[in-house]
Design a binder for this molecule. Structure first.
Ligand code: DX5
Ligand code: ZN
Length: 215
């Protein structure tokens, strides 16, 4: 069964406690936290105090996706705010190997997110250091965008790299995930699915999470 990580970006920010409690009582596995700095991506979401506030109510692991420049300056604060998984962007890291070591030294799971234009082969030399690859299936910055079809090919290729290197890396898909693409993504090798608008814009988010869990 896939890991389901609903993205809080699509929640009602004026009712975060209510929405986090809904996730606590659902079959969601993780809670996906999208951090945008207005520099790495053309949008600003929220930061450390809001992550802390979410963590105060959350009973599930926080899966923090840092869409920010210089992530090394902030990972420790996100760990303190409750992060269990911290993903940095490949495109934002000059010294990715060092970033991964830093995240692990904080006792967090180390993730790497890759933009749609970034070839998965670029991760081959660090794959054994990576706990989670977050494959962006939209251009990061906004919820509610259309899923990019080339993602299937990327996931299959990444899965091959993971198997070839005997790595235990999980593959997460982020952006435009819905009931139609969930099954083919899992068949291609995905382990975890992020879903924002598909969950929170549905009439019954709890049922929608269960539907994704059992596709
Ligand atoms: C996009 C974010 C995603 C986003 C997904 O920059 O990283 O996590 O919240 O939202 P949907 O599922 O609406 O594409
Ligand atoms: Zn995300």
């Amino acid at each position: 069964m896939p890991i389901i990580s609903p993205s809080i970006l699509a929640a009602d920010f004026a009712n975060l406690q209510r929405d986090v409690e809904m996730l606590n009582n659902s079959n969601a596995d993780w809670i996906h936290i999208d951090i945008m700095d207005g520099v790495f991506v053309p949008n600003i979401s929220f930061g450390i105090p809001v992550t802390k506030a979410i963590n105060k109510h959350a009973s599930k692991p926080l899966d923090v996706h840092l869409m920010i420049e210089n992530p090394e300056n902030y990972v420790e604060q996100f760990k303190k705010a409750g992060a269990e998984y911290i993903s940095v962007h490949y495109e934002a890291c000059k010294h990715l190997h060092r970033n991964l070591q830093q995240i692990k030294s904080l006792d967090c799971k180390a993730g790497v997110a890759i933009n749609p234009h970034t070839n998965v082969s670029l991760l081959e030399d660090t794959i054994n250091e990576i706990d989670l690859v977050c494959v962006m299936s939209v251009n990061p910055g906004f919820g509610g965008q259309k899923f990019i079809e080339n993602t299937y090919a990327k996931v299959s290729k990444l899965k091959e790299i993971i198997l070839k290197n005997n790595a235990s890396t999980l593959i997460e898909i982020d952006g435009g995930v819905n009931a139609e693409n969930a099954r083919p993504l899992l068949d291609a090798g995905a382990d975890a699915l992020v879903a924002g608008s598909f969950v929170f814009n549905s009439s019954n988010p709890t049922d929608t999470i269960q539907m994704l869990k059992s596709v």
